[in-house]
Ligand binder design. Structure first.
Ligand code: SF4
Length: 477
């Protein structure tokens, strides 16, 4: 059994979240596709590519599974409970399929890649199984499935980046959007399935990324998040062949120059790869947000070695020091942390807590270790920490993070923040909500402001999760 707990963000960024990613298109003659996405932002971004491929094949997206001719679940395999959620959902859809015999059901993404054709044996209602690099093949697979055959393509690619496909923005607020800049991962963190489900790392042509950012800005979007499993290892072009080559710092600058009113965020950074050049690019471009998600996973060097994270506690702390030195104390920093990894002692768990005390993160994504079949940790290490111990350690990590999140927010009270409005506050129609530079949610009275506006907000109070204030005329501090 595994658990996954997340606090202090409203953004669905990590595994084990489930969001229906659908939109309704007005079209009477087209067949209807319903997509539901699970897991990380990469999956949500991929669903937008899938919607684009499927539109080319004559499918419009629908927000109603009852209306659908085709249902895709874009799945996550990073934790056992993420897969369980998908299996439960498939059982529900089976009832729908019995009422509507022509309905096709496809499983896409990491769970499809991990289980491959075995998924068809385990879940009889599934017609199509497609891995993350095979989405261009979906129209053919659907034709095959329409003849009553089961259709599978889980081939991984060394080249596919979908650079030429214009994603269809699903469930969009019209203000913020994701741009996938690379796919796959060359790291081999011992607990992680991603290298097996998403294959080798490959970066997308920077000019196609800039074009996508320009198009989004022209459509009214005001924030893009550049996505990759490890954005700091972004690399395009072979200098040895005389080609111009680009690293992530250059790409950040290129996207930042699209327009000063286009905010740029990125995720995820790896502590071993983030460079001073990236930090300087953040400092030098006002519209590159002052926020870094820097997963630590543990605060103990022995555990980090077992995790094959390729840095130790001291290295990580030095990276934090560089961030603070170049970007200042205000730079928002968040983390991923795993408790109860194989053989973790109480003293090593305490190292995680002291690392958190050292950094004082703004928020975090915290999980109890969940062994995943086929990973190096599953093959070589014993998952020997009892569940109740993992859970108790997780609760300690969460409690400490709550304390730090509140402290970090309290230091922002009394200051003016430039907030990009994303929509109506979840708590009150009279309030708007948006985010400041450090990715913190800010709530304030609506007045005449609209989605997509930049508003200067004086923060007067806060919780651990939210800054609360009112609009002012002054320029942000
Ligand atoms: S960097 Fe490590 S944790 Fe992140 S996707 Fe790659 S292997 Fe998984």
């Amino acid at each position: 059994m595994s658990i996954a707990l997340k606090i202090l963000t409203s953004e669905d960024k990590e595994a084990c979240e489930t969001v229906k990613v659908s939109e309704e298109e007005v079209s009477l003659d087209k067949k209807k596709l319903f997509i539901e996405s699970y897991g990380c932002q990469m999956n949500f971004s991929d669903s937008e590519i899938v919607a684009s491929v499927m539109r080319g094949a004559g499918f419009a997206t629908t927000a109603s599974e009852q209306d659908a001719d085709l249902i895709f679940l874009n799945t996550c395999a990073i934790r056992d409970n993420a897969e369980q959620k998908v299996r439960n959902r498939l059982q529900q859809l089976n009832h729908l399929k019995k009422k509507k015999p022509g309905l096709l059901i496809g499983v896409l993404g990491c769970m499809a890649e991990r289980l491959k054709a075995k998924l068809l044996e385990e879940e009889k209602m599934v017609d199509i199984v497609t891995g993350p690099d095979a989405y261009r093949d979906l129209p053919r697979l659907i034709e095959e499935a329409e003849t009553g055959q089961k259709a599978v393509n889980v081939l991984l690619s060394r080249e596919e980046t979908y650079a030429d496909i214009s994603p269809i923005r699903l469930n969009s607020n019209g203000v913020t959007a994701f741009i996938s800049i690379m796919r796959g991962c060359n790291n081999m963190c011992s607990f992680c399935v991603v290298p097996f489900t998403r294959g080798r790392e490959r970066s997308r042509d920077p000019h196609s990324i800039v074009r996508e950012a320009e198009e989004l800005f022209a459509q009214g979007y005001r924030e893009v998040t550049l996505l990759g499993q490890n954005v700091d290892s972004y690399h395009y072009g072979n200098a040895q062949n005389g080609e111009q080559s680009y690293d992530f710092a250059e790409l950040l600058g290129m996207v930042a120059r699209v327009h000063p009113d286009l905010r740029v965020r990125f995720s995820t950074s790896h502590p071993k790869d983030i460079t001073d050049r990236v930090l300087y690019a953040m400092r030098d471009h006002e519209n590159v947000c002052n926020y870094i998600h820097l997963p630590a996973q543990s605060g103990n060097s022995r555990i980090l070695e077992l995790m094959n994270r390729t840095y130790d506690r001291e290295w990580y702390m030095q990276k934090i020091d560089r961030i603070r030195a170049i970007l200042g104390e205000d730079c928002g920093i968040s983390h991923d942390m795993i408790t109860g990894f194989c053989t973790e002692t109480e003293a090593e768990h305490q190292d995680t807590l002291t690392l958190m005390e050292y950094v004082r993160y703004d928020y975090g994504y915290m999980f109890a270790y969940s062994e995943r079949p086929g990973t190096p940790a599953a093959k070589k290490l014993q998952d020997d920490i009892p569940y109740d111990v993992k859970l108790r350690r997780l609760n300690e990590v969460i409690a400490l993070q709550q304390k730090h999140s509140l402290e970090r927010n309290q230091r922002l009270v009394g200051r003016v923040h430039k907030v990009l409005v994303e929509g109506t506050s979840k708590r009150s129609d009279g309030d708007l909500q948006g985010r400041n530079d450090q990715n913190k949610v800010v709530v304030f009275p609506r007045k005449d402001f609209n989605k997509g506006d930049y508003v200067h907000v004086l923060v007067t109070e806060c919780t651990a999760a939210t800054l609360i204030g009112h609009s002012v005329e002054e320029v942000a501090a």
